[in-house]
Design a protein around this ligand. Structure first.
Ligand SMILES: Nc1ncnc2c1ncn2[C@@H]1O[C@H](COP(=O)(O)OP(=O)(O)O)[C@@H](O)[C@H]1O
Ligand SMILES: [Mg+2]
Length: 505
């Protein structure tokens, strides 16, 4: 006898239907799993056997063959335990139900027959929702995550025994009712901007960066507060929209990184991988391509502290995603595209010892060391950073000052306004913030008044600015003008934007 049930595989960030077939024939008791299963799927045999026994059911005797189709997709992870168990119980006639609707099963079995949560539930729920009238059976702890998909019939399963009763019509499992998801942007008070003394210019630059989504490079001596400044950044970012939140949640779902108490990523992510991270950890990869840190930072901040300490190859791998907002990874087993639209905040010392720009301290590095250190970050990568910022060491008067600085809350209100101006401007395009503008967009959206054009012309001639620098100044100028909802970019906006160009270019 044979039987078939539905399950799903997650490939990249999307799910595909997998049919799980079981066939029982006479012979010495043995279970075979075929259809490109990896080791964790092979181990399902033992979990399913114990799970069925501990649900007070005798494990069917004979030769059991389980096929996972289509065979060309690699199957990994323990989420096939539940569909395999159900297929075996159907094939042996223990579950007799004939259902009209499509039922999808996912879940890992414990030896005692209870269900454990699995990864990648959100993409599977989105897939199930495309099949009209389908039902999704999953571990209880995953129900909230699947509940983000409206209108889908979700059945949270506590144990295999409960599911057997449900499918036989003896005792129904209650359908899951999801609560409305609110996006409430809590401010992380530990790193409020008001705790930072002085550094007005740096704070202003971060405000501009947050408003226009511009990448930032901070350079300054150790202890000047670069790390602290970066950590306050999430508290001034605008709240996530529902769609942005869903995009981010999908990535965390596939990696099994959703925080236990929330089904949804509601706060903009802040990722700060260590400088010893590998290229795969940063941009993603692996034999089954998985998203990396840059995708985990999607719609949020990627903070690279000690920027010049990262290996050159790792830094270069950031170039393409910084340009495209996505990363595409090809492997023999398949290719995947992951979203990676993040704001890069990088921080570095100006030289190995950190004091070469400091007027009061002696730098102990040789000129060669300094040149080597500064050359580590390539021109094309620096070109993708709109705001370059010097963070000087604080003087005593500033450190000891007791004046209260502006809170993140009120800074964020200004940023939200500047974002609204951008949303309105880019309504008919797929751009969300100024930093995403291409050269053609710059021509359309960055009109300068006469004096501002004169100023930028002088600057280009005097400092021998490159074309790239010119474009950067326009983009950042556009964001600064958006704070005052000014249609054209004025002299004062360009004047401020010029301060954020890299030194020496
Ligand atoms: N402007 C500042 N206001 C308040 N605390 C500061 C400021 N600058 C630095 N600090 C404190 O000094 C310490 C070193 O700062 P940090 O951000 O790690 O410096 P950096 O990353 O530039 O080496 C931290 O404990 C930080 O809280
Ligand atoms: Mg630091």
């Amino acid at each position: 006898m044979s039987a078939k049930v539905l399950s799903a595989a997650v490939i990249g960030l999307d799910a595909r239907i997998v049919e799980v077939e079981a066939d029982i024939s006479r012979g010495l008791p043995k279970v075979f799993i075929v259809g490109l299963p990896d080791t964790s799927v092979q181990e399902a045999k033992e979990r399913v056997r114990s799970g069925i026994r501990n649900s007070n059911i005798k494990f069917p005797p004979g030769v059991i063959t389980v096929n996972l189709a289509p065979a060309h997709i690699k199957k990994e992870g323990p989420s096939y335990d539940l569909p395999i168990a159900i297929a075996i119980l159907k094939a042996s006639g223990i579950i007799k139900s004939k259902s009209e609707v499509d039922r999808l099963f996912i879940g890992e079995l414990s030896l005692d027959g209870t269900l454990r949560p699995v990864k990648g539930v959100l993409p599977i729920a989105l897939l199930a929702n495309q099949i009209k009238g389908s039902e999704l059976y999953l571990p209880m702890k995953n129900a909230g995550e699947a509940g983000l998909v409206r209108g889908l019939a979700i059945y949270p399963v506590a144990s295999l025994e409960d599911l057997i009763h449900h499918l036989s019509g003896e005792k129904k499992i209650k359908i899951f009712k999801s609560r409305a998801q609110r996006i409430d942007h809590k401010l992380n008070s530990k790193y409020d901007m008001s705790i930072i003394r002085g550094q007005e210019q740096a704070k202003r630059a971060l405000e501009v960066a947050a408003a226009g989504g511009h990448n930032v490079l901070m350079t300054g001596p150790p202890g000047s507060g670069k790390t602290l400044l970066a950590r306050t950044m999430p508290t001034i970012l605008p709240a996530m929209t529902f769609l942005e939140s869903l995009e981010a949640t999908k990535i965390y779902s596939v990696l099994g990184l959703l925080p236990g108490d929330t089904a949804m990523i509601r706060e903009r992510p802040f990722r700060s991988p260590h400088h010893t991270s590998s290229a795969v950890a940063l941009v993603g990869g692996g034999s089954h391509p998985k998203p990396g840190e840059i995708s985990l930072a999607h719609r949020g901040i990627l903070f690279l502290d000690e920027f010049s300490e990262f290996s050159r190859q790792v830094l270069e791998s950031l170039r393409q995603p910084l340009e495209d907002g996505v990363v595409s990874i090809s492997r023999a087993s398949g290719s995947a595209i992951f979203p990676a639209r993040f704001t890069l905040i990088a921080a570095q010392n100006p030289c190995p010892c950190g004091f070469c720009d400091d007027p009061d301290r002696v730098c102990t590095c040789t000129p060669q060391q300094i040149i080597k250190y500064q050359k580590k970050i390539s021109g094309p990568l620096l070109d993708r950073i709109d705001i370059h910022l010097n963070v000087p060491r604080l003087r005593y008067e500033k450190i000891s000052s007791t004046s209260v600085s502006e809170s993140s809350f009120s800074i964020r209100a200004r940023i939200e306004k500047a974002r609204q101006v951008q949303t309105k401007r880019f309504k008919k395009t797929n751009i969300t913030v100024n930093s995403e503008m291409t050269i053609r967009d710059l021509e359309v959206y960055c009109q300068l008044d006469e004096q501002a054009s004169l100023l930028i012309e002088n600057a280009v001639n005097q400092y021998h600015l490159s074309v790239r620098s010119y474009h950067r100044i326009l983009k950042v100028g556009r964001t600064i003008a958006d704070f005052s909802n000014s249609k054209s970019i004025l002299t004062e906006h360009i004047a401020e934007s010029l301060q954020y160009r890299p030194s020496g270019i």
